[in-house]
Ligand binder design. Structure first.
Ligand SMILES: [Zn+2]
Length: 127
């Protein structure tokens, strides 16, 4: 499953708190769903240029890709490299951004969404 309203998912993901607990493992606090937090694993597949993720939430358990938790986890990892991410349902939309493009999937599945990565804006210097 792919989120229909991917930008809404992205907006919701920004309100979640994520923290990295292992090289590929991020814990994300859930706003709505018991047990209150989810475990996201992130694996980079350089052969296919894909990000392969898993999450413990219901959406992911029903073959969903790109839940709020995965997005929060990826944003955390990107932030550590000074990058920000955006999500797109089609490669065309992603290509139009003229930024680095990645494909996000759950593995064992060809369905996924496109991710673009751009440098995070520098904070305006305090006067
Ligand atoms: Zn999830």
């Amino acid at each position: 499953m792919i989120p229909k309203h991917i930008k809404k998912v992205q907006t919701r993901s920004r309100k979640l708190h994520a923290r990295q607990v292992g090289r590929q493992t991020i814990v994300v606090d859930s706003a709505t769903e018991a047990p209150g937090r989810h475990i996201v694993t992130v694996r980079w597949d350089p052969t296919h240029g894909r990000i392969v993720t898993t999450c413990t939430c219901n959406w992911s358990n029903h073959n969903g890709v790109a839940c709020t938790h995965v997005m929060a986890a990826l944003e955390l990892l990107a932030g550590k490299k000074g990058r920000r991410l955006s999500y797109w349902l089609t490669e065309d939309e992603a290509r139009r951004q003229r930024h680095k493009r990645l494909f996000l999937t759950r593995g064992g599945d060809t369905k996924g969404v496109w991710v673009t990565s751009r440098p995070a804006k520098a904070h305006p210097r305090a006067a």
